[in-house]
Write a new protein. Sequence first.
Length: 450
Amino acid sequence: MASAAEQLAANLNWGALSKATDLKKRIWFTLGALIVYRLGTYIPLPGIDPAVMRDIFSQNAGGILGMFDMFAGGALSRMTVFALNIMPYISASIIMQLMTTVSPSLEQLKKEGETGRKKINQYTRYLTVLITALQAYGIAAGLEGMSAGGAAAVLPAYQGFFFRFTTVVTLTGGTMFLMWLGEQITARGVGNGISLIIFAGIVANLPQAVAGTLELGRTGALSGALIALLLVMAVAVVFVIVFIERGQRRIIVQYPKRQVGNRVMGGESSHMPLKINTSGVIPPIFASSILLMPITVIGFTAQSGGPDWLTTLAAYLGRGTPLYLIIYVSAIVFFAFFYTAVVFNPTETADNLKRHGGFVPGIRPGKNTAEYLDYVLTRLTVLGAAYLAAVCLLPEILISQYSVPFYFGGTSLLIVVTVTMDTVAQVQSHLLAHQYEGLIKKAKLRGRRG
């Protein structure tokens, strides 16, 4: 028989949204913040020639620069204040999470609860400023040497120290503003702010990518069969993503009976749900962040007349090359295991079960339960990592082999579908909480009348 909570969730309908005032405010705040983000992707850097930048990126639309521009919502091709997007913050978060596993002092901070978390977040912000400043300087130096059709990307009057200084300040300020905006969305809106910013950038490019692909099909540059294959592949990838993301392994947990006075308590059983993909969308985002920014800086430097070895390295690390694919898949697998270990600790979970009298049938509490949970989680993570690698790798291979400009690949689909599912789940949670509040108020009114 379904519980009261499950029955209430089953009767949930979107008509309740009109009565949930707090939820409507959160949704409007989220939409307003994303509109501010999109407006910022059209504010160019001082001294940039937009026409030349369009020509440069039209020649590299299918490469690494095009992929990063997709994540940035077109901000990189327009070279705007949000050109670096939120990627430096993600890189800083990766480094800090790695450091907490090797640094005793940071590990101790992590165990201090809310206070320690705030300090680690502060260190992450400082590291974000440093990473953004270094990447912005590399991009500024590369832009000064780039040209298209005989025209320089940076107007001659702006070149030099002044352009590099203003570029570093502007790009760093833009990334820090996006980081703050993402935190505000998480606290005062609906969904994870950082994920929604990346989501908004990808979705903003989707209509243009679809229109461009259909136009190539109309002119005969792409065959109708290939376009149909892309559509079928996108639908299949979405189906697989939804199926796997909702899949879970349920571990039965039994609680023994105990007598309290004249009453017998406990004796019920529940389950511990372990998702097949415990790490979620984090591994592809982390892997893309690790790859894209260094490769982007290398590409800018190589195009501006840098050393020959940089040009060779940029060629080997081009999108779709074997080296790029190997590094990409390796990074996804690594971060799948790493992030799973961060979010789920089998030893702590086993200790909590033992403390509350719970046990897994057939497994002794304590160390044996921790080993069993670790065994199950490792097997699930192998499946999750293989799924992430396949979803992200297959479109990359097809796009690189057939030079399809429709670069809405597996990584993007994974981010869009997962963020959408998480955001909808949060909206439903708010609606459910609103209905609970309504039931509690009605119960109190009936109690007063009685």
